[in-house]
Design a protein around this ligand. Sequence first.
Ligand SMILES: [Zn+2]
Length: 390
Amino acid sequence: MPHPARPRAVTARLMLPMIPGAGRVDDAAVLFAGRRILAAGPRRQVLGDFSGPVEDLGDAVLVPGLINAHVHLELSGLGGQSPRGAGFPAWAAWLAGRDLSPPPAAVLAAAVRRMAATGTAGVIDVGSRAGPAVVAALAAQGLSGLVCHEYIGFRRPPADLPPVLPPALEAAVRQAPGVRAAPSGHALYSTSPDSLRRAREACRRLCAPFCLHVAETAGEVALLATGTGELAALFRGRLVPKGYRPPGRTPVAEALSLGLLGPDALAVHAVWLSGADRRLLAETGTAVCLCPRSNRHIGVGTADAPALFAAGVPLCLGTDSLASNDDLDLWNEVRALLADHPDFPGQALLPALTTTPARLLGRDRELGLLAPGAVGGYAVIPPDLAARLA
Ligand SMILES: [Zn+2]
């Protein structure tokens, strides 16, 4: 969507404003300037005496700009190179052999531009090397969201930890209205419990969601349960300390015992869960970010999205990075999820792309809805998905 600041309008057959209690609007119009929504509703009411440019999108279904709840933009220079379906150890070994220095600004800009072109207006990004450049790339395209600085490793952080965020990242977000920063954890096997708790506490102070990769692989479950398995073989003595003592719990149970779950937490991947794990996530209100194409690309298995939905777990969708995906187009994530689970209730997918991540970001009056004052612009459901989602 172009975003000149001059007010413009689009009209379409149908609009789903994603406002609690508000229904669909037939013969709708959205009046906007840049990504800011000035008015949205029935065409006659919105356009009134508006005399600026109006584009008729015909049969389109208008929805709020989407939120990609898990991406690592700093890996955007690694597209099209990683092994497919070879399993997590092969993928991780491949990644470890790459040059992981921050990508050129032009690579980040192109990745963000392509996300924006497919309807994405907000992101929850995770990384540790290129935070300031990612913030700048998002701000340049008018995208909103959160850039997480990921804690990884078992080395004990200094007791008086602040600053919890790199000063350059703090400085970058001060220049970027709409983009915030917070710490995050990598995973229960790769980040010390102490660092995870500190990052979690810092997120609470910042009123930001705490993001953590949880139960992405069977190897993670084995490592936490018994200290064995493919991740133990790969990481022990490196990412995982030699003397690592497994907690003897599932990743979700361990996250709970560390105080990491809750309505302001986002468990990413959640492929290898038991029924008890799903109940714990639901009871604590913890959201799950599904990454179906990344899971397929790396070859870690398929998250049981229908069971998570049935358990009442709030769901989001994320592309993960170009190191484990073909593109950062969330509609392709929807297509992959529906291919994996043809019976998945379509009505659960739009909230996963809009209202649920907006609520997590603490910005549910600004993002994930089509209402005056929102700043996420609009997206159009691709024709092949419209009947299923709308
Ligand atoms: Zn990730």
